[in-house]
Design a protein around this ligand. Structure first.
Ligand code: ADP
Ligand code: MG
Length: 705
């Protein structure tokens, strides 16, 4: 039994985090105040303060059993990176060691960074990269087989200050939004807010499979998802998995994950079974965006580690299995000031809430102007298997507002002025003993990529394996731009009310095309979206150019989030990533088909042929056996031909120069070749004797966890 079972959550919540309470208890008041100023107001931190903080952090960590520290950072690999250093330093005299950790070591690290993606920002001979302490996200101690490690969240930059990570631009975008949102609040007479931040709650979907079965599949090992596999007799059609009761083995996993996350200060809150068999979800309570980004990484790492310890594997890939739902990560996003205003909260009477109306039309403008960028921010190789495939949002971006807010928007479009609010009704159950309660003002729309959900927007395109840093960087920046343009106009106005009314009407009218409240999965919507001129960027490769348009460069440079050079480098990295990942998938298929699947089928044909011969010799009817044999031989022949084509094209692709053309070749040629190889093999799986099939089937993986 775990030791925590007798304790209540509040006894151990955050015990491995160097949080505010620990800082207050362990830092001299002056130092604490100086650090708080840096954290809350972005004031620079002096070295003397850093030294004291480092020492307190070290003592705290050592008491908790830590032997090492690491600058924990998020290079452009989508996951986190770390290099451990122990605290020891040799004592001068007695041959013993001291435990040391200086302010300099806390604030700055220098991983030899030449092997991280930099997209040409740094050649390998210029390997210097620095990690810089992000004191706004708390340090924590991670316990695992490596012992206890003090992890210090950091940003990662090159020698010349270019961002090499996901965190730096995110922090820059948060600053940009803060500045512009404060201007906006001021316009409405607010004098109390001094800081505005975006808050994010990321709902994480995942699959759990048995580890011993996972290890029998090269596709899962090398790519995190299946590249072959026939549908089992049962999929998700009964809808009996969604919110179904949680199986014991899965429950035991969730319990330990929750406890570990709580210790790390992550407010793991909601867990349930998802739509597909063996699919589940975990959502934390929302927090400031940079903290949410870190915590989402911690969630993913913790889920993977705990699963392995329990003989399971946690699949975070967007599409582990064809034919059943894939996994996403709903990014719930809102804008909140430090005097307690949620700018996305319409209140009870949105028709009187002009601040909300302005924020709303600015957001519509932001998303309409930069739909391509937002789409790009959710693009991963894995997500290409999911977006637009009738289970996840389509690849076309649109905004769902729901009845109540749509009505406000309609009124603004009609007259610049909303005068009434549609109120929600009582839910009548028709059963006297059940309580009647007030419904939400709007129903949900599960098909929308960007849905208003009461006091926040939910961006649903993000893939389950991806960092949420980039989507939020884009969201923050496009919103900052729209706020900035609105403020530029309104600050100058002699008659504020008239100027506001006219701006509301203009923005709402010009950008209403981005609003869509209907079924996002329907073909009619895709046609309608095309008529409205909304971009439909079907694949990751299609979306990457959005990063380097003049429009994107101008905006990101204006708000100091990315330089043009950083954008170019990121596009380059993404083309390469795409090519490399699809190449690994193709080579995995080649490996599996050549060395395992086709040979197994050939063995099976031998047994069928033996049967035919035996029946023939016995003078019995062998027509059925012969028919089976012919069918298998014909499918194996197709598979062989498809395999040959895939091998030849993969060699061609690898010889191309990295960049758009190479990525496009993988998208257009290699992906097709892969599908052509998969088809006959999946058919074979359904007719070959199971004893001959060399790996666990979808049914084994999905239903026998
Ligand atoms: P829904 O049922 O609409 O999906 P939930 O209450 O389940 O909403 O919340 C989903 C996620 O959204 C959770 O992580 C939650 O903490 C987060 N969330 C709730 N309110 C906000 C907010 N104002 N800003 C950002 N995230 C929020
Ligand atoms: Mg949700």
């Amino acid at each position: 039994m775990s030791e925590t079972i007798t304790k209540s959550i509040s006894d151990f919540f955050g015990e491995d985090v160097f949080n505010d309470a620990v800082m207050q208890a362990r830092l001299p008041k002056k130092v604490y105040n100086a650090l708080k100023k840096t954290m809350d107001e972005g004031k620079e931190l002096d070295m003397a303060t850093a030294d004291v903080v480092a020492n307190a952090m070290k003592d705290w960590a050592i008491e908790k059993g830590a032997t090492h520290y690491t600058h924990w950072f998020q290079p452009l690999t989508g996951i986190t990176a770390e290099k451990h250093d122990s605290f020891i330093s040799p004592a001068k005299k007695d041959g013993k060691v001291l435990m040391e950790f200086s302010g300099k070591e806390l604030v700055k690290g220098e991983p030899d960074a030449s092997s991280f993606p930099s997209g040409g920002l740094r050649a390998t001979f210029e390997a210097r990269g620095y990690t810089a302490w992000d004191c706004t996200s708390p340090a924590f101690i991670r316990h695992d087989a490596a012992g206890a490690i003090l992890c210090i969240p950091t940003a990662f930059c090159s020698y010349t200050g270019e961002a090499l990570d996901a965190k730096t631009p995110l922090l820059r975008s948060m600053e940009a939004l803060n500045t512009q949102a404060l201007r906006l609040l001021k316009l409405f007479g607010n004098t109390t807010a001094t800081h505005v931040t975006t808050s994010v709650g990321a709902e994480q979907e995942y699959f759990l499979v048995d580890r011993s079965k996972f290890l029998q599949r090269k596709d899962l090992i090398y790519t995190g998802h299946t590249l072959f596999g026939a549908m089992p007799p049962k999929g998700q059609e009964l809808e009996d998995q969604y919110f179904g009761s949680i199986r014991e083995r899965v429950g035991a996993f969730m319990k330990v994950v929750n406890e570990e996350l709580w210790k790390l200060g992550v407010c793991a809150k909601t867990q349930h079974n998802e739509v597909a068999p063996s699919q589940h979800e975990l959502a934390p309570i929302y927090s400031e965006t940079n903290v949410a980004v870190d915590q989402n990484q911690l969630m993913m790492e913790t889920m993977k580690k705990v699963a392995e310890r329990q003989g399971l594997m946690c699949l975070l890939h967007e599409k582990p299995f064809a034919g059943v739902n894939g996994s996403g990560k709903h990014d719930n996003w809102s804008i909140i000031s430090n005097d307690g205003i949620n700018l996305l909260d319409p209140g009870k009477k949105p028709h009187e809430n002009l601040l909300f109306q302005l924020v709303l039309v600015c957001l519509l403008k932001a998303i309409d102007d930069h739909a391509d960028l937002l789409r790009e921010s959710a693009a991963t190789v894995g997500n290409d298997y999911r977006l637009g495939a009738n289970e996840a949002p389509p690849a076309v971006l649109s905004v769902f507002l729901g009845e109540q807010i749509q009505d406000i928007l309609d009124q603004i479009i009609a007259s610049g002025n909303a005068t009434s609010t549609k109120q929600s009704e009582l839910l009548k159950t028709g059963v006297a003993t059940l309580p009647d309660f007030k419904k939400d003002a709007t129903d949900r729309n599960r098909t929308s990529p960007f849905a208003f959900t009461g006091n926040k927007f939910e961006f649903r395109m993000v893939g389950s394996s991806a960092s949420i840093a980039e989507p939020n960087t884009v969201l923050n920046t496009i919103t900052a731009e729209a706020f900035c343009e609105a403020c530029d106009e309104l600050e100058k106005a002699d008659d504020f009310d008239a100027a506001l009314k006219s701006l509301l009407k203009r923005y709402a009218t010009e950008h209403q095309r981005i609003v869509f409240n209907g079924n996002g999965y329907s073909d009619e919507w895709i046609d309608e979206a095309a008529k409205r001129g909304l971009p439909n960027l079907k694949t990751m490769v299609d979306s990457i150019p959005s990063l380097t348009t003049e429009k994107a460069k101008k905006m990101f440079e204006k708000f100091g989030v990315f330089t043009a050079k950083e954008l170019e480098s990121r596009a380059e990295i993404k083309y390469e990533d795409y090519a490399k990942e699809v190449n690994i998938e193709a080579r995995t298929m080649i490996d599996m088909a050549s060395k395992s699947l086709i040979p197994s089928c050939v063995k099976y044909t031998k047994s069928l042929a033996d049967t035919v011969i035996a029946l023939k010799e016995a003078g019995a009817d062998y027509s059925l056996a012969k028919e089976n044999l012919d069918e298998v031989v014909s499918l194996v022949t197709s598979a062989k031909a498809a395999l040959k084509a895939l091998i030849a094209d993969t060699d061609k692709a690898a010889a191309l120069e990295a960049g758009l053309d190479q990525a496009a070749f993988y998208r257009d040629i290699i992906k097709n070749d892969m599908a052509a190889l998969r088809a006959p093999i999946d058919t074979l799986e359904m007719i070959v004797d199971k004893d001959y099939w060399p790996m666990p089937s979808y049914g084994d993986l999905l239903f026998e966890v």
